[in-house]
Design a protein around this ligand. Structure first.
Ligand code: SAH
Length: 361
């Protein structure tokens, strides 16, 4: 059954009419659902209408199966159970400017990045737009807060579930609903190039985050199988096109893995590649590199670079005109990065912690 949160106001109107209900009720129901009031809690909707909707749709929110709260910084990690029993993760972080949620876009992932816990058992299914939105609404309801920023950096590859993700972006932006501005949304991709071009055409002013992790094709293909389909050159061409369409700065994520991609030579290659492709004399794209010491996922065997290597890597980028920041750990005491809580739940084996807050080097 389709989730009620996947419906736009117009789609909900159509549905209400098909159920023999007045269409004006759709707007009331839509707004209440998006303001964290469940169908059963609504006082201005009759029992019969509620029953009809329950019969036609899944009207539930993701259910909190586990919740870990950091004593250090208040970061909250949720393991949510969906109506079919599948589990996904979301993380809520508090910053000076408000709350940010990191949402999942798929149950599992099929992209196969070697360092990532979310992809170890492959993809089970895509999330509906309403299941992505449901994570935010369930977290707001549970915590009694308003979330103002969204990062699509949880489990899954958002551009591998393109239609549902775009619908989610549009739904969450609606003023009569949750109303999060596009500029407060980041979408992270491992580099599904054709979909970056499609997204560029939509001209939504969201921030695109590209998980680069290596700038030479042989290293990148080794740690990110997606690179065999679309190499670094093609990916950076798509980034340039994205910038030309949207005028939005692009963030590059670079996970530092000891002995794999963290040497001075690697930093130089990255700086030279980005400068040659994106920062030419005729066009200087605003870009930013986020350096992330890799979380040591049990299955990968990869080790994190030490602090001095991370510092040196950032300094090399900066000395070549590339802005770089190193992510600081949030929620280090609750020890469960995206993908790892779900695996722990399935197998009783998890380790590590996602690093989300950025700090200028
Ligand atoms: N599929 C998307 C979004 C989900 S992953 C993407 O690839 O961008 C969010 C970010 O976390 C990506 O940059 C990803 O490469 C990174 N990541 C995954 N596993 C990690 C790990 N073990 N340590 C550090 N970063 C990791």
């Amino acid at each position: 059954m389709k989730n009620i949160l996947s419906y736009t106001p117009d789609e909900l109107k159509e549905l209400m009419v098909s159920l023999g209900e007045p269409s004006y009720r759709a707007g009331q129901i839509f707004t209440q659902l998006h303001k964290c009031i469940s169908l059963d809690e609504m006082t201005n909707v009759g029992k019969v209408t509620k029953q009809k909707l329950h019969n036609a749709l899944d009207c539930s929110l993701p259910n909190v199966k586990r919740k870990l709260t950091s004593k250090l910084d208040g970061t909250v990690k949720y393991l949510f159970e969906l109506s079919d029993g599948n589990c996904i993760e979301s993380v809520v972080m508090k910053y000076e400017h408000g709350y940010t949620i990191c949402v999942s876009s798929q149950v599992g992932c099929r992209m196969g990045c070697k360092f990532c816990a979310s992809t170890v058992a492959g993809r089970v299914r895509d999330l509906e737009s309403g299941e992505i939105l449901g994570q935010l609404i369930a977290a707001q309801k549970d915590l009694g807060i308003r979330i103002s920023n969204i990062v699509m950096m949880g489990i899954g590859e958002p551009l591998d579930n393109y239609d549902n993700v775009v619908k989610f972006l549009r739904l969450v932006n609606l003023p009569e609903g949750v109303n999060v501005g596009y500029r407060h949304i980041s979408l992270s991709t491992c580099g599904v190039v054709p979909k970056i071009y499609e997204l560029a055409k939509l001209d939504l002013p969201i921030t695109l985050s590209v998980s680069l992790h290596a700038s030479d094709d042989s290293t990148r293909s080794e740690i990110m199988p997606v690179n065999k389909a679309w190499g670094v050159d093609e990916l950076l061409d798509a980034c340039r096109e994205y910038y030309r369409s949207t005028q939005r700065r692009i963030s590059f994520e670079y996970t530092l893995i000891a002995g794999k991609n963290d040497t001075k030579q690697n930093a130089l290659h990255l700086a030279n590649t980005l400068n040659a492709k994106l920062r030419t004399r005729s066009e200087t794209m605003p870009i930013h590199v986020n350096l992330i010491p890799v979380n040591e996922v049990t299955e990968s065997g990869f080790r994190s670079s030490d602090k001095s290597a991370v510092k040196a890597f950032a300094a090399t980028l900066e000395s070549h005109g590339i802005r770089a920041t190193v992510r600081r750990t949030l929620g280090s005491d609750i020890n469960a990065s995206c993908g790892q809580l779900r695996r722990e739940d399935a197998e009783g084996d998890a380790k590590g912690c996602e690093e989300m807050r950025k700090e200028t080097f």
